[in-house]
Each structure stands twice: as C-alpha cells, then as structure tokens.
Design a protein around this ligand. Structure first.
Ligand code: PRP
Length: 213
C-alpha cells in the first residue's frame, strides 16, 4: 500500500499559494479547490492528504506527527521552538518582526519598558540581548491598540506593508528580524517517508529558483 503523506497547510492566502506549489511538485488534490467548509482533502492516487489549520498551529501538528510536513512562519518557529526539521526557506510570506511605538514616544532607558506582544519569547530574547529590563504584556491580537491606550510603551509585532501601524498612528522603531515561510517536517516521519518529502523539497526549491530568475 502506498504511504499517504499528511500535509498541514496554513489556512489563508499564504496556504493557497503553498498548495499551488505542492500541486506543481506532483502532489495534486483538486477537491481542495471546492469552495466549502471542509478542512481535510485526500488524493489517494497522488498519495497525499492535506488539511487546513490555523497558521500558528501547523508546527504543533508536525511536531506531534499528526502531519508529516507543513508550512510555518519563522516567527512561529522562533517563538514556540517546536522540535521539527526546518527543511527549506520558501521565501514566501515575507515580513519582519519589529518594535513600534507612538511617534512621540521618547524612551527613557532607566525605566522598565512596557512591551505588548503576541511573541513573548522573541521579545524577551531581543531585549535580553540589549540588557534592557522589560515588563511583558502578552496579548492575543490587535496589539497596535496597546500603546494608544497606554497599556504599553511599545509593541513587538509583525510588519508586512506597514499599513496597520500607519492606520493606528504608530511608527517602526526597529525592524530586527526577517520572517518568511518555512517547510518543516516531523523528525521520525521524515525517515519513513523520506522519498516523498525529498521529492517535494526538491520541487519546491526548483520552483523557488524559477521565481528568482
Ligand atoms: C499581522 C500583524 C499586524 C499586521 C501587519 O496581523 O499582527 O497586525 O499583520 O501587516 P501590515 O504591516 O501589512 O499592515 P495578522 O493579519 O497576521 O492577524 P492577527 O491580528 O490575528 O495577528
């Protein structure tokens, strides 16, 4: 019996682009394009099963082996440090991790800095390297509101186009970490399904290089 490759895709715009790359790599599953609420799609003939999960959950499925491979942002990998193989930088979904504040914020380095973020570990690492005392405020979304309402001095968050910051009258203090989507694999499953995984890896790498030409 042919081994089925389980692939966790990040739900949303990035996931659709990623699926298109997998299709090109020889792992099509046409039913995924049907517009419905289904989350799991299988093509036995091609030996693949896709499932849509929240982007921040991809690494959990892969680490625990429910998915053999998946696509996750470098931000998630640095924040949660899942025990997975990082196989390839897909150079998609590019953005930066940044510190931002209100434009009139003046930092007094003698004071503890209040930092609101979803990325607690990344923020702690960043300020630890500077020897800066911080008070971390963990939020789950709409981080941009925190400095406006005085909940924090700065935020550490993802910036892509900069539109969200601009709309909320915030400015970038420093972009300190480039982020992009990575192909990841479960360590044990990688051994059992190395042929299919390597095929996908090579093909994704080729289509990446084509894009660069
Ligand atoms: C991220 C981030 C910013 C926004 C930045 O949120 O938290 O709010 O994107 O993008 P921009 O620079 O292009 O405006 P996301 O859309 O991932 O959703 P979230 O609020 O659930 O984190």
């Amino acid at each position: 019996m042919k081994k089925i490759l389980n692939v966790a895709l990040p739900k949303g715009r990035l996931g659709e682009k990623v699926y298109a790359m997998f299709e090109e790599a020889g792992f099509p599953c046409p039913s995924i394009k049907e517009n419905n609420r289904k989350l799991i799609f299988e093509n036995e003939e091609a030996g693949v099963r896709y499932f849509w999960v929240k982007p921040s959950d991809v690494a959990i499925y892969v680490e625990r082996g429910a998915a053999d491979i998946g696509v996750a942002g470098k931000d998630i990998l640095l924040e949660y440090r899942p025990d997975v193989y990082e196989l390839l930088d897909l150079e998609m979904g590019k953005c930066s991790m940044a510190v931002a504040s209100k434009s009139d914020f003046i930092d007094d380095r003698k004071r503890t800095l209040k930092v609101a973020t979803k990325f607690t570990n990344i923020a702690k690492d960043y300020y630890a390297k500077q020897g800066r005392d911080i008070d971390i405020i963990h939020l789950n979304g709409s981080i941009e509101i925190a400095p406006i309402l005085g909940l924090s001095d700065v935020i550490v968050d993802i910036v892509e186009t900069g539109a969200t910051l601009k709309e909320n009258n915030l400015v970038v203090v420093e972009k300190f970490l480039p982020i992009s989507a990575r192909l990841i694999a479960n360590k044990a499953n990688f051994k059992f399904k190395s042929e299919a995984i390597e095929k996908i890896m090579l093909s994704l790498n080729e289509s990446k290089e084509k894009k660069d030409d």
